[in-house]
Design a protein around this ligand. Sequence first.
Ligand SMILES: Nc1ncnc2c1ncn2[C@@H]1O[C@H](COP(=O)(O)OP(=O)(O)OP(=O)(O)O)[C@@H](O)[C@H]1O
Length: 601
Amino acid sequence: MKVVKDYIKKLGFVFKEIFKAGPSVFFLSIGSMAIAGISPVLITYLTAELIEKLGQNIGNDSQTVYVKVIGAFIVMFLLVVISYATESIKTVICAVAGLKLSHNIENLVADKFQSIKQERIDNPEFLDLHSNTLNRCGSEPLNLMESLFGTVANVISLIGYTIIIAKHNIIAFLVIVIFTIPIIVFKRKYQGLTFRFYNERTMQLRRIMYYLELLTEPEYTNEVRGYRLYDYIRDQREELFRDFINGNTKIAAKEITVSLITSLISMIGAILVGVWLIHKTIAGTISVSEFYLLITAIMTLATDLLALSDQIASNSKSMMFINYIFDYMEEPNLIENSDLKITEKSIHDICFENVSFKYTGSDNYVLKNISVSFNTSETVCLVGENGSGKSTFVKLLLRIYDPTEGRILLDGIDLKAYDINEIRKFYGVLFQDYVKFSDSVHNCIGFGNIDNIQNDEGIAEAAKLTGADTFIENYKDGYETNLSKMFFNDAIEPSGGQWQKIAISRAVYSDAQVLVLDEPTAALDPKSEVKMFDTFKNISELKSTIIISHRMYITKLSNKIILLENGNLVEEGSFEELIKVKKEFYSMYKIQSDSYSMSVE
Ligand SMILES: Nc1ncnc2c1ncn2[C@@H]1O[C@H](COP(=O)(O)OP(=O)(O)OP(=O)(O)O)[C@@H](O)[C@H]1O
């Protein structure tokens, strides 16, 4: 019962989506289904009638005979034309609706994707589902509808032919059906096999695509060429593809063999009945027109039953693919959200309370029992060696991940109690792997505050603060200049440092209360870096700032330094305090300052 309910639910979804994409497809398909079901039976019947009439009227060329015979012929012809025209119109409209349908399903996936936890997105199993849903599900609802309506049309025509045959001899009908049953069972089984094969190989297919991207995407070109990786990657791709195609060929060969054998078996019934009909016609028990009617009905019944087996198999395969959409939509690993708003006040308290964190799939804690608090009147600097957990600390703060143990409190309340959008508005972030949007300079900065993206002055001010204005003003179209050559031939491709300044401007432009800057000077030249130091000084006077940096001099800006080592909080305090105690921070600072005291001689 549950299976049936489930099936109906999924069909409901499919039809709803198709209807949304184009109601005309839906009605045309119903029309064409009825025509495709009825017209072959009618045409066969009318042809037999025509033969009968012609036989009876040989030598009689009266006008009434001509009217009757030609009339029947024209009706037959019209039926053929109508069914052909409906099919053609349906094909064109289906193509357009198919595009809309894919687009709508992509939107469903994109909407859902926004609510899925980052831990889940990091999981390759989820990425398989994600890729299957995006790649396969756009076309499958239409395929399912086509083959379902095709099945109904087939059943209608089967009923018609069954009536014709059964009226003459029910046993003849049963003989044909019995021999056709095995093919229906086998086809269904082998479609399941093909689906399972693709399902199991999704990761392999993703890897094949990944290698193709490495070989063809402009962003990888320099390294692939520079390190002469082309042959290596191409070989890897070839090897994977060979393995995939071998598996696929084995399944296809099995399918062809079984399909041939079962098709031959299914024809035995039709041949037996056909021989029996020939015998009856020669013996004079049935007329030639009856023979034509019955033999056509038998042949069509047999081929319709074969087509039915294909349609049943195709329905079940499409349904398996549609299951991806349902699995995706029912994905349970969602970001937990609440509705608490962040109170409006000038200083907010942030507190890590025994926070530990490990990434899913890993046994190692990346942050270990961290307890630290600071407030938004302070500038906080996170320092530590590579891999010590600084970016992870920030990701927990932004609720990209939630702590495995412990809590993070904002004004004494667990972050999880807040509306996630409030938290996102609360922070303006420069990520280490910031996005290089292919858009105008104006938008690349304006995206920092999407609600206020039209504010030209504000955007220019943000660029001025970070020093990005100096190169932007040299662009021919100023802030309207397009960045990145992905879509615009006359676009500018900023240098690494320029991109970084634009990304910092974006964070600065946000009206967030706290700025989080992860390695904000990594790509800057020494002069810009020194200037940026002044900028951060200005920014930190205007806004609360959390900076992650390996440039130890930046820590001078801060009121509070948090030093992480291998996931542990090893020191915290002001710059003066930490220098005074001469421990880990002091030695890190000293190593860097010594290495920078270079002689110019
Ligand atoms: N998505 C992830 N899945 C699993 N492990 C991760 C993930 N991201 C980071 N890690 C691991 O967590 C540890 C801390 O990484 P994190 O990026 O927080 O360090 P970091 O201090 O910011 O380093 P860096 O200075 O090099 O940027 C590293 O060992 C890293 O391998």
